[in-house]
Design a protein around this ligand. Structure first.
Ligand SMILES: NC(=O)c1ccc[n+]([C@@H]2O[C@H](COP(=O)([O-])OP(=O)(O)OC[C@H]3O[C@@H](n4cnc5c(N)ncnc54)[C@H](OP(=O)(O)O)[C@@H]3O)[C@@H](O)[C@H]2O)c1
Length: 398
């Protein structure tokens, strides 16, 4: 056997391998230049591929080089798909016990917190061959390639070639402009059935319309997770919910990508997506606002600045704990839960004298709280609580 023969068969094997999943690998110029040398290619594989992929490639080269017979290649192909032969060598506890999926190429545009985390998890688990990493700056792609331990950084549109999968994980504001630029750059490519997706919670698949118009199957998949530290996210992202909407074919193809790395798949319609995100914003972002408003009230109510955290933290943590262990119904305490309409009205008036906006917030949240707890009240108590939060307080008799 010569390395050269082995390599040629290896390339045809890859063609066969990818063809059976409906895709051909699209090596980018730099990778192609390296891999066309029969001597460098195996070493190049060793350097740039995971141990699992190296193991597979070596077995393929050896097996395929004994004969160029297509049937032997097919036989080898099925042999290698056997779980015992192709168990991935990976550090990830979420992937080590599963049979590897059939890798296909993925190009990532925007390899910041989210792009590099997903890229590394998919690379480690053998879900995708991480191909091009495109950003505005070359540096961003280079540091992502180091983090992922795969992929080629570029900031040039001309370096991008067709790929069966594209992740656009730029900031929200750049998603549509990037889709537009990609559509212009690739206007002569065959986009039919190509999967393009972004990870924004606020936007839906329509943000990728320029590519959908060329035939791409577009989707949005929002991991409900804070990617503040990508290294930390590698272990904490699994188990997170991923809200997905868009083209059915794209969703069907992407679901195993996310479940494979331990995430839970949550399919949504396009209309649901906007409301879903508003719900997450209220729980996560507006909780911060509520804490800040509460701080201002406590300070105006005479609590020294140094004592506010000491007062708030146990109160908030216990309430959150009660919500998630007992449910909202049982977690609700305070004047509304006690049906004390007079106190509710006095607090609202006191806040109006202090700050109209904070009083408005108190009124709206109070009304929502009364509504949430209404099944517990006698009709008279319910009427009084509702009256306590009516704008024209002259008409109110409590
Ligand atoms: N962060 C989270 O916790 C989180 C959670 C769930 C979903 N998401 C969503 O995930 C997406 C990415 O968020 P992120 O936090 O990963 O953002 P990020 O860390 O700011 O990274 C954005 C990346 O996109 C690149 N980029 C921006 N505009 C570009 C353009 N016009 N062309 C090419 N590359 C461009 C940037 O490259 P340069 O460095 O070269 O500018 C950077 O590498 C957003 O849609 C976000 O809503 C984020």
């Amino acid at each position: 056997m010569t390395i050269g023969n082995g390599w040629i068969c290896h390339r045809s094997f890859i063609m066969t391998h990818d063809y059976f999943d409906g895709y051909f690998s699209t090596p980018q110029p730099f990778h192609s230049a390296l891999s066309f040398s029969p001597f460098i290619q195996p070493f190049h594989s060793a350097l740039s591929f995971s141990p699992f992929r190296l193991q597979r490639n070596v077995i393929k080269v050896i097996s395929a080089s004994h004969s160029s017979d297509f049937r032997l290649l097919l036989g080898t192909f099925f042999f290698l798909r056997h779980p015992l032969i192709s168990t991935p060598m990976t550090n990830s506890s979420h992937t080590s016990s599963k049979t590897p999926m059939h890798s296909v190429n993925l190009n990532i545009i925007g390899t910041g917190h989210v792009g590099k985390t997903l890229g590394k998890l998919w690379h480690q688990s053998g879900v995708a061959n991480i191909n091009m990493l495109f950003n505005r700056s070359l540096y961003s792609g280079q540091s992502a390639a180091e983090f992922i331990e795969a992929g080629t950084a570029t900031a040039e549109w001309s370096c991008l070639c067709p790929s069966p999968f594209w992740l656009i994980s730029t900031t929200d504001a750049s998603i549509t402009p990037v889709a537009q630029s990609l559509a212009e750059h690739g206007k002569h490519w065959n986009w039919k059935g190509t999967v393009v997706f972004h990870t924004s919670g606020a936007l839906n698949a329509n943000a990728l319309k320029p590519l959908a118009e060329l035939g791409a199957h577009c989707a949005s998949v929002h991991p409900v997770h804070s990617f503040a530290d990508p290294l930390h996210s590698l272990s904490t992202l699994p188990e997170s919910l991923c809200a997905a909407e868009g083209h059915l074919d794209a969703l069907n193809k992407l679901e195993p990508w996310f479940t494979r790395i331990g995430c839970q798949w949550l399919p949504l319609t396009t209309t649901e997506k906007m409301i879903y995100h508003a719900g997450s914003v209220m729980a996560c972002n507006y909780l911060v606002t509520l804490m800040e408003v509460s701080r201002r009230c406590l300070a105006a109510g005479g609590v020294p600045e140094t004592k506010i955290t000491h007062l708030l933290k146990p109160l908030v943590m216990t309430t959150l704990d009660n919500i998630f262990t007992e449910g909202s119904d049982k977690a609700l305490t305070g004047p509304i839960a006690r049906g004390d309409a007079q106190l509710v009205n006095h607090q609202w008036k006191a806040l109006k004298a202090m700050d109209e906006d904070i009083a408005d917030l108190y009124q709206h949240l109070g009304k929502a709280t009364v509504d949430m707890a209404k099944s517990h009240f006698h009709p008279d108590t319910l009427n009084k609580l509702q009256a306590a939060l009516i704008k024209d307080d002259k008409k109110v008799s409590l």
